[in-house]
Write a protein that binds this ligand. Structure first.
Ligand code: MRU
Length: 365
C-alpha cells in the first residue's frame, strides 16, 4: 500500500502537503520556521490527530535548531506552549509535545548540539512509530470487517490524517488487500468537507470504490441495508471509551446503533488519553463561524445570524462496538481493556535506545 506524503522531514525542513487545496491542487509546502508550522496546524494545512502530532514534533525539532544556547531550555518550553495552543482536541498533539519536552528535561546535562540531534531523532521516531501503528491496527481491524459490503466513514482518517496509511482508511485498505470485497460511503463532513475532499481523493488514488454522501444521508442508506459497518478515527478517546471525533460522528453512531450496524473506532494508542476519565472532560474546539456561514467565500447565512461551529463531538462508549489499536482490539468494559492495550506502547523501543546512549563523562554499559 502506498503512503501519502502528508508530513515529512527533508534536509532539516518540514514538508507538508497543503490539504486546504485538495482535491484540486497537490501543493507541497516547505517550512523553515516553527511559527509557520504552528500556523499550518491552526489553518488545517495539516490536520488529523496523528499527523498533527508528527508535524508538531518535527516543528519542535526545527525550532530547536535556532534557539540560543544560553536560554535553550526556557525558550524550548515557550515553543512547546505555542505548539500546544494550536488546537485543543487531538491528544496526539500534547502526547508528541510531551515526548519532546521530556527528552529536553531528561538530558539537561548534555550539550545543546546533542539535544538538537536527539530531538530530530525523536521526531523521526514518532513518525516511524505512527507508520507502524497504522499498519498494525489496520490488520487487527481488517479481520473485523465483513467479507463483502459497504463501510461508512466520517471525516478523513486516512494517510492524510496520519504519518502512515491511515487508521479508519487503513483498516478498509487492509481488509480489501486481504481479499474482502468492500466499497466505501464517505460522509461529506460539513463544514470543512474532509470526507468529500480528502477521503474521496485518497480512496480514488487507491482505486477503492467510494460514494460521497452528504452527512444527512447516512440514516437513509442504513435504513435500506446498504451499510454493513462504520469505521471512524478519533482525536481523543477517554479512559472510559468515550470517543471524540469530527463533529457528526455521534449522530452516525446513534444511527448505527438504531440499525444494529457495528460501529468501530480505529485509534492508535497515541490518541487514547488515560488521564482523561470521560468524554465530558475532552476540550472541544470551536472554530471560526465563517466555516459554516460561508461557502467558497460567499455568505450562505443572513448577516447578523448566530452560527455555532464545534469541530468535534463525543460518542459515548456504549455506542462503540470496539476500539482498534496497534496493540489489539479493545471491547467494553473499556476502562479495563484500554488500560491493557495502552500500557505496552509507553515503553517505545526508540526511546529506550536514545535513553541508553552514554552521557558526557559516562562510559557505555
Ligand atoms: O479537524 P480535523 O480535520 O483535524 O479532524 C480530523 C478528525 O476528526 C479525524 O477523524 C481524526 O483526527 C482521526 S485521524 C486518524
Amino acid at each position: 500500500m502506498k503512503r501519502v506524503r502528508t508530513v515529512e522531514w527533508k534536509r532539516d525542513r518540514v514538508v507538508m502537503l497543503d490539504q486546504r487545496l485538495l482535491p484540486n491542487r497537490e501543493v507541497y509546502r516547505l517550512y523553515k520556521d516553527p511559527e509557520d508550522v504552528i500556523r499550518a496546524i491552526k489553518e488545517l494545512v495539516v490536520r488529523g490527530a496523528p499527523a498533527i502530532g508528527v508535524a508538531a514534533a518535527m516543528g519542535l525539532a526545527l525550532g530547536a535548531r535556532s534557539l540560543p544556547e544560553d536560554r535553550f531550555a526556557k525558550d524550548f518550553e515557550r515553543l512547546c506552549r505555542a505548539f500546544a495552543a494550536a488546537r485543543p482536541t487531538a491528544v496526539n498533539l500534547f502526547w508528541a509535545i510531551e515526548r519532546m519536552r521530556r527528552l529536553v528535561r531528561e538530558n539537561a546535562d548534555r550539550s545543546v548540539e546533542t539535544i538538537r540531534t536527539m530531538l530530530e531523532r525523536e521526531a523521526l521516531a514518532i513518525h516511524r512509530e505512527d507508520i507502524e501503528a497504522n499498519r498494525r491496527l489496520s490488520e487487527y481491524g481488517a479481520a473485523l470487517l465483513p467479507d463483502r459490503g459497504s463501510v461508512l466513514t466520517h471525516c478523513n482518517a486516512g494517510g492524510l490524517a496520519t504519518g502512515g496509511i491511515g487508521t479508519a482508511l487503513g483498516v478498509i485498505l487492509a481488509a480489501r488487500e486481504s481479499g474482502k470485497k468492500l466499497s466505501v460511503f464517505a460522509d461529506e463532513t460539513r463544514p470543512v468537507l474532509q470526507g468529500a475532499r480528502l477521503t474521496a481523493w485518497e480512496l480514488r488514488k487507491a482505486r477503492v470504490p467510494v460514494t460521497v454522501i452528504t452527512d444527512n444521508m447516512a440514516g437513509h442508506f442504513m435504513q435500506r441495508g446498504e451499510i454493513s459497518a462504520v469505521v471512524v478515527g478519533t482525536d481523543r478517546t477517554a479512559a472510559n471509551g468515550d470517543v471524540a471525533n469530527k463533529i457528526g460522528t455521534y449522530t452516525v453512531a446513534v444511527l448505527a446503533a438504531r440499525h444494529g450496524i457495528p460501529f468501530y473506532v480505529a485509534a492508535p494508542t497515541s490518541s487514547i488519553d488515560l488521564a482523561c476519565p470521560t468524554g465530558a472532560k475532552i476540550p472541544i474546539e470551536e472554530r471560526d463561524p465563517t466555516e459554516v456561514s460561508q461557502f467558497n467565500g460567499r455568505p450562505t447565512v443572513p448577516s447578523g445570524v448566530k452560527v455555532a461551529n464545534p469541530a468535534f463531538d463525543v460518542t459515548p462508549a456504549e455506542l462503540v462496538t470496539a476500539i482498534i489499536t496497534e496493540n489489539g482490539v479493545a471491547k467494553a468494559p473499556y476502562k479495563k481493556s484500554l488500560a491493557r492495550v495502552v500500557k505496552p506502547s509507553n515503553a517505545s523501543p526508540e526511546r529506550t535506545r536514545i535513553a541508553a546512549t552514554p552521557r558526557r563523562g559516562q562510559r557505555a554499559q
